[in-house]
Design a protein around this ligand. Structure first.
Ligand code: SF4
Length: 329
């Protein structure tokens, strides 16, 4: 067993945190040492979460027409993509999506809207939507609506939203290469407002944008400092018309290495595989849990299709894992 990885994992199992220097040692792991890294990521996952995993599901409140310029995103109005701005989903459509999420075994369900931040009218309209969604039952209600002030965060919390997603996307250092219309600190401040309002932080990022392993490590450390309880990991699904359309897929072993490093750096957080997992992990889907993930986004993503939820349910069953839902009555 690799002595460096064993020593760092031992720290985590003893309740201590791996510092940046140790994290960069994990980032240097390649070849057959990766299998030692995965072994320890699984040990850490089992120590904290046992055999249970969770599913999350999302629905678009509306799509497209976003004012921002995130280079990976199909919904930016600044890129010529196949996504056109469309009308808002009705409450009946959102409730149908939430019922489908329950059938799929999801414990959390979020409304996701593009844009820098929600308008006053949009926020007011969401109160009715969340009231209807609460009646579906057995779902943690989540939202992802862009940057929030403290007042907006409090209003969402009062509507019953318990977890708010706002991804950092990448490291502070690399962020200006990916987004120019709002700052990294706008995102950090939103997460602080979310926490101050009493909601849980769901925040992660997207990989294979051209970032280095140091950027990947630094984003994990920032998320740890901010207190993220759910960390969605997205892997670029290149969209024609975006500036990153021609990037090749990420090697599947690099995807698993990201998952394992995040497990060791964020041992108490749920690590969720989200957008791009099918494209980038290909045949290695089921390895995500052994490498430290505790959660998966199921169903369709906002602008790309996921695989049938029955396949994800079968994968969990076949691995001897159980689906956890804290919101089951
Ligand atoms: S990631 Fe969000 S903020 Fe950025 S362009 Fe897409 S919808 Fe807009």
């Amino acid at each position: 067993m690799d002595p460096v990885i064993s020593q760092l994992a031992g720290l985590v199992l003893a309740g201590e945190a791996i510092d940046r220097e140790g994290a960069m040692q994990l980032a240097d792991v390649t070849g057959e040492r990766l299998y030692d890294l995965f072994y320890w990521a699984n040990r850490v996952r089992m120590a904290r979460f046992g055999l249970s995993v969770t599913f999350c599901s999302i629905a678009a409140g509306r799509v497209g027409g976003c004012s921002e310029d995130c280079k990976f995103c199909a919904q930016s109005a600044r890129h010529q993509t196949h996504i056109q701005a469309g009308p808002a989903a009705t409450d009946a459509q959102l409730v149908a999506a939430a019922r489908e999420a329950v059938r799929a075994g999801a414990g959390s369900f979020g409304i996701v809207n593009p844009g820098r931040s929600p308008s006053a009218k949009e926020l007011a309209g969401l109160a009715d939507s969340y009231r209807e969604l609460a009646a579906v039952g057995s779902l943690r209600l989540c939202a992802s609506l862009g940057c929030l002030t403290l007042d907006q965060a409090r209003r969402l919390c009062a509507m019953g939203v318990r977890r708010y997603n706002h991804n950092l996307e990448t490291s502070r250092r690399f962020y200006p290469s990916i987004v120019s219309t709002h700052a990294f600190d706008d995102r950090v401040n939103t997460l602080r407002n979310v926490k101050a309002a009493g909601m849980d932080i769901c925040s992660g990022g997207i990989f294979n944008l051209g970032e280095t392993w140091a950027d990947r490590v630094d984003m994990a450390i920032t998320l740890r400092e901010l207190g993220a309880v759910m960390v969605p990991l997205n892997f670029l699904h290149p969209i024609p018309g975006t500036p990153l359309a021609d990037r090749p897929a990420m090697p599947a072993m690099d995807v698993l290495k990201v998952v394992a490093i995040y497990r060791l750096l964020l041992p108490g957080a749920e690590i969720k595989l989200a957008g791009g997992r099918e494209l980038n992990l290909r045949d290695l889907q089921s390895w995500m849990f052994y490498c430290g993930a505790t959660s998966a986004m199921v169903g369709n993503y906002l602008t790309t299709c996921g695989r049938p939820t029955e396949q994800d349910q079968a994968m969990v069953r076949d691995l001897g894992l159980t689906l956890r839902n804290e919101h089951q009555p």
